[in-house]
Design a binder for this molecule. Sequence first.
Ligand code: GDP
Length: 445
Amino acid sequence: MVLDNLKDSVRKFLTGSSSYDKAVDDFIKELQKALISSDVQVKLVLSLTNKIKERLKNEKPPSSIERREWFIKIVYDELSNLFGGDKEPKVTPEKIPYVIMLVGVQGTGKTTTAGKLAYFYKKKGFKVGLVGADVYRPAALEQLKQIGDQIQVPVYGEPNSNDAVGIAKRGVEKFLGEKAEIIIVDTAGRHGYGEEVKLLEEMKNIYDAINPDEVTLVIDASLGQKAYDLASRFNQATKIGTIIITKMDGTAKGGGALSAVAATGATIKFIGTGEKIDELEVFNPRRFVARILGMGDVEAIIEKFQEVENYDKVQKKMEEVITGKGKLTFRDLYNQMIALRKMGPLSKIFQLMPGIGMLGQIPEDQLKIGEEKMKKWLAIMNSMTYEELDNPSIIDKSRMRRIALGSGTRPEDVKELVDHFNLMQKTIKMLKRRKKDVEKLFGGQ
Ligand code: GDP
């Protein structure tokens, strides 16, 4: 079992019929197995699963989120932390000039990636140079030159030489002399069958000759478990600082990446997502883990959590409005509608509003607002300026006409919303006066 199978485990967990506790135990066991067979250190695996268990014990799911979804969110959070959490890798060089040496086996996409990197940095405004030191693949230099022409980045190579170390050295020196800011050196992937030792020796020699600021291992996403050995061997020859995973656009595999990280301690910096020159993304740990766990399922869960967070924010603001610290504006009403819309039918909006619905102060017809009307009101609020949203009292007849035109409604509709809003404000004022009720409602705050 490798990490890629986790998608199925997530599915099974979310839709399975076994009891929650058993499903959690099973999932954690599968996660451990998957990580260990991807060669992640046992210690790391245990600390990860312990953290998950601890959070399960100490935290509670938000009321509107199912326990199973909450559990997957915890797994997602903790797994993301393994890859760097919320931090995106640093891609801007720490010093200028900066020499990047690319290593990896043939066919991984090293040459293509060299071009992509050059393009990435050129677009950021750096003066870039490419060095083609892959002397064993006949077309490698030609390929690099074509890419260089396409993106207008100079390429150094020596077509009839097989002195990879010399080429790398002369290439870097030439570009340093030309005041290049970032120099990217493409190296060979293979010498011939069974000649890996020679390849690694060559990497070491190139490394010693050019003394790069960063060695980047390029690996293919589909490499799976083999990535661990491969990354370790390269790491022994030249200390790997960063990793680029190519071909992430194919079947989204993840085990290899994790193995490579585990083997080298390096950080993943970019991922390749296609053959084209601009198909290179800065690595984002969370997005990557979502891919491993099954993008669709996980994204839906994360979205739900965000909705809950937004809802909580709106709720807090409304509490402030009612308890006297804040003022109600259309913007609050709008945010509240958007947040509530995702939580359930819009028509329930006022019942759900903290304070208002619960107090039963508002006549039934004010509470029951139809779905259609809610949609209309959202459109109307969308056509208001920020100034109008924040200060609804400025909405006079001519503004009403303009808003109606912009939202495809009638001025009467706009007036109805404004009237309703005024009524809400009045009700809130009344509630504020009835301090006793409010204190009772919010536990004496
Ligand atoms: P090298 O031998 O490591 O230098 O590999 P190449 O750069 O020649 O790439 C090998 C093949 O992989 C080429 O057909 C590339 O177009 C393709 N390739 C490289 N990166 C990606 C990627 O991120 N996605 C996809 N789909 N193909 C890629």
